[in-house]
Design a protein around this ligand. Structure first.
Ligand code: UD1
Length: 361
């Protein structure tokens, strides 16, 4: 069985690592790794390969940044050549980034079967590029592996035959569990931080950072919060670029007076940081899941989530752009009146092994 595994953007790396580890144990599976190059900086890509011990990609398409159409189209043109040359039985895609849909589309037209890991998640917000990527990838996938009950329900409603869908748990949590030992003796990645006395903030969604008035309001709110607790903000390149373009650097500097503003940080540094944080404020999908697993309160600055188990079972709340609600939950967390949460079913570090079992079965 020949499989081409695909990665492109930062959250993909954590998801592919445990799958490759499991595939290596199986002689039956011949596997290649393709990196589309959607993310290309050391801090956004290479450092993850090193820390997560992912093998060097066999092929790098080197597509880089661009508009959605440019990025998707470039990946498709380059990936078609790879498929024609290597003729795999399957491609395996993870998550919901542009690389996921671009490679899936190419495979479907060439009759190569598609395995989608983290299928079925829905925010029901078509304004979100990832939602389009999710819906379309699932519609043309042959094997769909899900992380939570809502995903199975969504796929059923969309008419995906049940025999194609496997509820296996969460490969992102596999990586977290695998790395917990590695961070045991690591000190916090920045100075003057103390256990449960700081908040981690990550914001990069276009809905929060692409409009000057929205980003400015968020920075003002964070500034207010930073008067009560130290904020640690590893900035995504998109966010930093927009802060510069909108002339908001001064607002960021105000937050830095009681906190840490940095560029993107490695996976192990981030995990270490989240584990000891009092809370997280985020718009990332992965962070909603990681905080739920670690029992760290999480305030998500989005109107919706495609990961409802983090709200229903876990430590996550959605506040959108409602800053009143943000402060309300923040105060609850500081005064220990916030929910405790529980870990969703099958988030146990063994999802990749279940997936590979299905593949060879
Ligand atoms: C992408 C994913 C998003 C994911 C996020 C994680 C899509 C549609 N979006 O968004 O789901 O949550 O990755 O990071 O696929 N840039 C760099 N260096 C890099 C990569 C990007 O400087 O290594 C800059 C570029 O200027 C680029 C911008 O960041 O234009 C955005 O990158 P892009 O890949 O288009 O989307 P993300 O916002 O990273």
């Amino acid at each position: 069985m020949k499989i081409i595994n695909i990665v492109g953007a930062r959250p993909n790396f954590m998801k592919i690592a445990p799958l490759i580890r499991e595939m290596k144990k199986r002689e039956k599976i011949e596997h290649l790794l393709v990196h589309t190059g959607q993310h290309y900086d050391n801090d956004m890509s290479d450092s993850f390969f090193k820390q997560l011990e992912i093998p060097e990609p066999d092929i790098n398409l080197g597509v880089g940044a661009g508009s959605h159409a440019e990025q998707t189209a470039k990946i498709m043109i380059e990936f078609e050549k790879v498929l024609l040359q290597h003729k795999p039985d399957f491609i395996l895609v993870v998550g919901d980034v542009n690389s996921t849909i671009a490679c899936s589309l190419v495979a479907s037209k060439l009759g190569v079967k598609i395995i989608h890991v983290e299928a079925g998640l829905r925010s029901f917000d078509r304004g979100m590029p990832e939602e389009i990527n999710r819906v379309l990838t699932d519609a043309i996938s042959d094997l769909l592996f899900t992380t939570e009950a809502s995903a199975n329900k969504n796929l059923k409603q969309e008419g995906v035959p049940e025999q194609k869908v496997f509820f296996v748990g969460n490969v992102m949590i596999d990586t977290l569990v695998h790395c917990l030992d590695k961070i045991q003796d690591r000190s916090l990645p920045f100075q003057n931080l103390h256990e449960k006395q700081y908040a981690v903030v990550t914001l990069h969604r276009p809905s929060n950072v692409d409009r000057p008035e929205v980003l400015e309001k968020i920075l003002d709110a964070l500034s207010r919060i930073s008067q009560k607790i130290k904020l640690v903000i590893p900035l995504h390149p998109r966010t930093q670029k927009n802060i510069n373009a909108f002339g908001l650097q001064e607002k960021l500097d105000a937050i830095a007076r009681n906190g840490v503003i940095a560029g993107p940080i490695g996976y192990l540094e981030m995990l270490r940081l989240i584990k000891s944080a009092r809370l997280a404020i985020t718009d990332s999908g992965g962070l909603q899941e990681e905080t739920t697993y670690l029992g760290v309160p999480c305030i998500t600055m989005r109107e919706n989530t495609e990961r409802p188990s983090t709200v229903e079972l876990g430590t996550n709340v959605l506040v959108g752009n409602d800053l009143g609600l943000l402060f309300e939950h923040f105060e609850k967390i500081l005064s220990d009146h916030f929910k405790k949460g529980q870990i969703p079913p099958l988030w146990d570090g063994k999802a990749a092994s279940r997936i590979v079992e299905v593949l060879v079965g």
